[in-house]
Design a protein around this ligand. Sequence first.
Ligand code: ATR
Length: 276
Amino acid sequence: MKKWFAVIGKPIAHSLSPYMHSAWLKEQHIDASYIPILVEEEKLQDAVNSLKLLGCSGWNVTVPYKEAIIPYLDEIDQSARGIGAVNTVVKTEDGRFVGYNTDGLGFIESLGPIRQTNHILIVGAGGAARGIVHAFKQLGFSHIAIANRTFANAKRLVEELQLGQAITLEEAEDTLAQFDIIIHTTPQGMKNSTATLPIQLNQIKEHAIVADIVYNPLVTPFLEEAKKYNVRTVNGLGMLVHQGAIAFSYWNGVKPNTEQMVERLTEQLGGNYVNR
Ligand code: ATR
């Protein structure tokens, strides 16, 4: 039977994954399809049973089902267990369905070559920050600080993941020169958001990298501010592409071309991409 893959979520029409995976399948000469499937909240279990029944080889899971899907899978890999969220499901050779999370690792890969000795500042302590900190831990990084508006949430994350140090946004601003990599994970700066930036960047170190997990707009206000200091900026498109590439390699055994995909999507989305 011809292989097929999917992404489930709600909403799903805006997902870039079908475009990306279809292009990679074609590029790798793999005869398979990848389709978006809109799943209603109360139908998640039915949808998962249908995917299994209809021979889906693997699928991505997006908002709002990354946590809710866990009980319907046969096994949860360490990457997803530690975060409590699944974004990729893989069908094994013996027909079992295993949940992985490739978001955090995908984000870290999108930064390009970095070192374990780098000092990393994560701004925000929500679900996205959790995935990223967990992936840093898996890769053996230890110099991590988490700065958050609600300090208690940063502290909780540090305690749960047993990694890094919780600091306030003010402390992050005052000690900014220590950090090699600054990662903005709050929803601040997504389209329609008008509030001020969580931290000012005037103490930023030369040659720091500033990253945002958001890709709409492609240049968030946080990255726009960072650009004033001539540091390297990384938007969330790289995370989207790299998490997808890791999932693709789990399903198909080959790693697709990520750099070219980031370029293609940037071109396709054009300008500052706010029109959806
Ligand atoms: P996600 O799960 O996608 O990461 P989230 O759980 O809503 O999103 O996480 C939001 C994070 O952004 C939280 O750390 C939140 O801070 P609080 O713990 O204080 O709520 C942070 N955040 C949201 N809006 C913010 C704002 N206007 N300024 C600073 N931080 C903000």
